[in-house]
Ligand binder design. Structure first.
Ligand SMILES: [Zn+2]
Length: 181
C-alpha cells in the first residue's frame, strides 16, 4: 500500500511522523489517518535512495504541496520533473524592464507536457522554482514560470535530492532571487 510505504519512508526522525505512525497503527481519530485532509499532509510518495516519486491527486496545488513535501523531507537542493494534468494554472513571464511578472490563468483542464524545476532555499525555507508547458483540448501549447496549478486528476513527479543546501538571495539589478552556487 503506497500510503503505508510513505508513512514508513518518513521514518522516526521527526516527531510528527511518529505521531502519524501511531495514529495509523492504533486508529486514532476514527482511523482517518488515510484521509490527508485530516492530518494536513499525507501525499503519496516513495523514496528510492536520493530520488522520490510523488503522486499528486485531484485538488492538490502543485507548488505549495511540493514545498511542504520538501520541508518534510528536509530538501534544500534538488531537481523536479513531472507530467500529468491540471486546471486553474497560473503561469507568468518576467518583464526585465519593469522587473515584474505578467500573469495568465488557464482555468480549464490542461495536460502537463513538461514541468521542470529546481529546489533551493530562501532564508532557510525550501523554495521551488518551476516552469511548465501545458496543452488544452485544442492541443496548443502554452507555458511559463509556474505560480500555481491544481491537479486534475493526477500528476506524477520525480524529485532528486542533492546533499546540502542551494540558497537564493534577492538581486537588486535583476529584481530576482538569484542562486548562490
Ligand atoms: Zn521562472
Amino acid at each position: 500500500m503506497i500510503v503505508t510505504d510513505a508513512i514508513i519512508a518518513k521514518g522516526f526522525s521527526d516527531p510528527r511522523n511518529l505521531y502519524e505512525m501511531l495514529r495509523w497503527f492504533f486508529g486514532f481519530g476514527e482511523g482517518k489517518i488515510l484521509d490527508k485532509r485530516c492530518v494536513g499532509f499525507l501525499m503519496h510518495y516513495r523514496r528510492f535512495g536520493d530520488v522520490f516519486v510523488l503522486r499528486f491527486d485531484t485538488g492538490e496545488e502543485i507548488v505549495s504541496t511540493l514545498v511542504e513535501f520538501c520541508e518534510r523531507e528536509r530538501i534544500r537542493a534538488g531537481t523536479v520533473s513531472a507530467i500529468g494534468a491540471a486546471k486553474e494554472i497560473e503561469i507568468a513571464a518576467f518583464d526585465v524592464s519593469t522587473k515584474r511578472y505578467s500573469k495568465k490563468e488557464l482555468k480549464e483542464n490542461h495536460e502537463i507536457l513538461s514541468l521542470k524545476g529546481l529546489i533551493s532555499s530562501v532564508d532557510g525555507k525550501p523554495h521551488a522554482h518551476l516552469h511548465i508547458s501545458v496543452a488544452g483540448h485544442d492541443f496548443a501549447a502554452e507555458g511559463g514560470h509556474l505560480n500555481k496549478a491544481v491537479v486534475s486528476p493526477t500528476c506524477e513527479m520525480v524529485v532528486r535530492k542533492f546533499d546540502g543546501e542551494l540558497s537564493r538571495k534577492q538581486d537588486e539589478e535583476t529584481g530576482l532571487k538569484l542562486l548562490e552556487p
